[in-house]
Design a protein around this ligand. Structure first.
Ligand code: FES
Length: 174
């Protein structure tokens, strides 16, 4: 007569429940951590207002003692631009003219279609090579299709340092 195999004793219910409970808890815990990692930035994106597109208001643009009276000099500087969530540092330029009683900084683009112009020493004027607009040393249009004078940066001088503010179109003369 065959002997019947003796049945395995069942695992104590408490030990099985504890291990199973631990795994289930760990899975829920990992799920909650993943949801928090994804959800917090998503909520911040949805609930906090984005920063508006703007540039830093004032940037240092160099030492004015290096400028010669009535000789335009192109200077290069970096400016931070905030666009929504993104902050980028971009290179920009200005044509700076030091006069006896003041200092002017022109934006680097022609007011016709935005080409980069330069100072033409032989003509003593700013020349835009794209459609040959000419601007005087004070930024006024002297010939060509440019519809208005050169744009100007707001400027201020602190000690020997030149600071440039926002770029503005010159006010229309009435
Ligand atoms: S872009 Fe300067 S003249 Fe046209």
């Amino acid at each position: 007569m065959d002997e019947m195999p003796s049945p395995q004793p069942p695992a104590p219910p408490n030990e099985s429940f504890t291990r199973r409970g631990f795994y289930i808890g760990a899975i829920y815990g990992m799920g909650a951590a993943i949801m928090a990692a994804l959800g917090v930035p998503a909520l911040a994106y949805l609930l906090l207002p984005p920063k508006l597109r703007k540039s830093d208001q004032w940037v240092e643009a160099g030492d004015i003692t290096r400028l010669t009276l009535n000789v335009p000099v192109e200077i290069t500087f970096r400016r931070n631009r905030v666009d929504g969530w993104k902050i980028t540092s971009e290179k920009s330029t200005a044509w700076v003219v030091k006069h006896a009683d003041n200092l002017v900084a022109f934006g680097p683009q022609c007011t016709h279609l935005g080409c980069a112009y330069h100072w033409d020493e032989s003509k003593s004027e700013f020349l835009c090579p794209c459609h040959t607009s000419l601007f005087s040393i004070d930024g006024q249009v002297t010939s060509g299709p440019a519809p208005r004078p050169l744009d100007r940066y707001e400027t201020k001088v602190e000690g020997k340092k030149l600071w440039l503010g926002p770029l503005q179109a010159p006010e229309k003369k009435s």
